[in-house]
Structures are given as C-alpha cells and as structure tokens.
Write a protein that binds this ligand. Structure first.
Ligand SMILES: *Cc1c(COP(=O)(O)O)cnc(C)c1O
Length: 369
C-alpha cells in the first residue's frame, strides 16, 4: 500500500540520534534548547517551547492565556480533533465556524458572526499546509480583543505574504508527528513573540515548576502554577535538529509532487484540484481533491483496492460521538459539502514518480477520465 503520508529518515538522522543517546542528558538537556533555537531562527519568532506532541503544544497555548472557565474560542471543525480538544481541556467552549469553500480554511466572515461577549480567542488551522487569511483574522482579533492561536501542524515552512508561519499569530503550534513536515517521532512546539506567554508555556511544560534540575543551586524549587509533564527528550530533539536542516528540500519535493498531480488531474471531469492563494507558500502536508462525479466512499474503496492508501481529512469534529453528546447536532454547509467529497492522495518527499503515476492512472481508471 502506498500511504498518504510518511516520514523521511536518512542515514545522518539515524547517526545523530545514536550519538544523542550516549549524551549526559536524555531529557531536558541542551539539545532541547538547541532545537528550540533552530525553530525560532527558521520561523523568525522570538521564543519557542518544544513539547512531546502537537496536542500538548495546543494545550499549553490555550492554558497560557489564563481564560475564565466557559470562555468561547472560535475554531474550525474541518481539522484533527486536537484543535478543538485543547479548548475543552481548558474548560472553555469550542464554537465552530464554517470554512471557505476554496481554501477549506476558517472563513473570517463566519468567525465575525459568532463573536459574543464570552469570545476570548480564535484557533485557526492552516489546512493541508496553506496559511489561513491571517490579516483578516488578526484584524478581527485586534478589534474584539481576542487572542489568535494558529494550529500550524500542517504548515511548518509555509509563508504568508513573504513571512514564515510561526511569527505571525500570538501563538503558533506545530506538530512533529511522522506524517507532518518534519518529525521527532512524537513531538510538537509553540512559538510566540510574547515573553509573558512564553514564560507561562515553559512552566506549563514541566508541572509549573520554575527550575529544571540543571538550573537549581540546591534542592529547592517551586511550583508556580498547575502544569503538565509535556517534556520532549534530547534524542527526539537531536532528530528534530537534523530534520529542520532538510525542511526546504522536503517542501520542494512536496511542491513538485503537488504540481505534478495538479497538471495531470486538472483536465479530468468531476475532479477538483486544490486552490492556492496568490500570496502564500504552501507546505503541502496534504494534497486533497474533491471527487464530484462518483460517490467519494466508492472512490475511496476502489483506490484502496488498487493499493493506494488514500485517506479522508477530515470527518468534521462536530460529528464525533463525544462532541454530539456535549454540543448536540451541528451542521455547517461548506464543511458538510467539502467533507463529503474530499480525498487525500499520497504525498511525502520519498514518493516516487512511478508511484505518483500509478495514483493518477488509478484515478483515471475509476473516474473514466
Ligand atoms: C497532527 C495534528 C495535530 C496534533 O498533533 P500531534 O503531534 O499528533 O499531537 C493537531 N492539529 C492538526 C491540524 C493536526 O494535523
């Protein structure tokens, strides 16, 4: 089966992790700081906190805002569950807004309509690796005194109007899960230019404790706030450092694959290829098409039968049993329409051209293009 996404691990990634395993510190050591500095340099942000998953990154991002219980946070349902779960972890209420039918990113106009006196933040998601309408969202956030958190699990390396994702929103959260742009196995990070939020997120990563063992003069330390254990290991950060040096090569190959797909699929009736905004660099975490001429689930089955690991990103978050029980039935028209037709095709740096041709050939067979 050709998977929809996959990590790229090369010889030097392996040797650098091997070396890190014999270091003095396996966790909370110098490689964590080094990885954080590399991320800051790459995305052009002042501060970074590396953690053990993208979900943890989102959790400490929301927790750092110190919002009163019951605060509303507007987000998209067209995402992985973590983008909304992080709101619930912090006793706040997710309010779902509809998506733009071209980019599948949260629609700023619909966000505006859902603002109440309880709204305190917006969490936007750069779907597939394409940055959201950040100027519009920032303008809304400023006008209504809201925080803007960007879930950039798909978009490390993406750019909005010439600026890297990671230095634009109040807090940006990244994931280093194996299918994402770079990997540390499991892992994540937050970036911010706000020193207060940074200090709070750093505390939240480690139980709210103010000093790591290496920072202590004696046995004394204090627990300032209720934190978590979201620490990432030094050997994971060794992998992260090695991976981030290769990121532009990874994204170039992803872009090449995306361009090939679009060129080969554009003429086929009943298929809609991705729309790309003029002012962005897309990171191409996902390459998704809309299947309009036949039923999506039939298309999905036919592709899987041919050994192609297509996937669906996403089942809307509000459709999950837990969300239905807590919030009742929600339906947003664009989310319903897009999520019923969308399919993710295989895209990752080591995908071979022959495999790409097999994917396209199979689509033509099934659709009859
Ligand atoms: C992968 C992902 C996450 C969560 O990241 P993990 O590292 O798996 O915890 C959050 N949001 C989105 C949009 C994702 O794709």
């Amino acid at each position: 089966m050709i998977p929809y996404g996959k990590q790229t691990i090369e010889k030097d990634d392996v040797s650098t992790v091997g070396t890190a395993l014999t270091d003095e510190y396996l966790t909370t050591g110098p490689r964590v700081r080094e990885f954080e500095q590399k991320i800051c340099e790459y995305v052009n942000s002042k501060f970074c906190v590396a953690v053990n998953s993208g979900t943890s990154a989102l959790d400490i991002a929301v927790a750092s805002l110190g919002l009163p219980p019951g605060s509303e946070i507007i987000t998209t349902p067209f995402t992985f569950a973590a983008s909304a779960n992080c709101i619930l972890y912090n006793n706040c209420k997710p309010v779902f807004a509809d998506i733009n039918p071209q980019t599948y990113n949260i629609d700023p106009e619909d966000v505006r309509k859902r603002i109440t006196s309880k709204t305190k933040a917006i969490i936007c998601v750069d779907y597939a690796g394409q940055p959201c309408d950040l100027d519009e969202l920032k303008e809304i956030a400023e006008k209504h005194n809201l925080y803007l958190i960007e879930d950039a699990a798909h978009s490390l390396g993406a750019e909005y109007k010439g600026k890297k994702i990671g230095g634009i929103a109040d807090i940006t959260a990244f994931s280093f899960h194996p299918v994402k742009i770079i990997t540390t196995g499991e892992g994540g990070a937050v970036t911010t230019n706000d020193e207060k939020l940074y200090q709070k997120m750093k505390l939240l990563r480690n139980h709210g404790i103010d000093k790591t063992p290496s920072e202590r003069a004696d046995y004394r330390y204090d627990m300032k706030i209720l934190g978590r254990n979201y620490r990432i290991t030094d050997f994971q950060c060794a992998l992260g450092i090695s991976q981030i040096m290769k990121i532009d090569r990874f994204i170039e190959r992803r872009t090449e694959i995306a361009n090939k797909y679009t060129k080969m699929l554009d003429g086929i009736q009943g298929i809609k290829t991705p729309y790309i905004k003029k002012n962005v660099r897309h990171a191409w975490h996902l390459y998704t098409i809309l299947v309009k001429s036949i039923e999506r689930d039939r298309f999905f089955g036919e592709m899987r039968n041919r050994g192609i690991g297509v996937n669906v990103h996403y089942i809307p978050v509000y459709k999950f049993t837990y969300y239905k029980q807590v919030f009742g039935g929600i339906r947003l028209p664009n989310v319903e329409e897009i999520s019923s037709k969308i399919i993710s095709l295989p895209i990752y740096p080591t995908l071979k051209d022959e495999e790409l041709e097999k994917v396209v050939g199979s689509i033509k067979e099934i659709i009859g293009g």
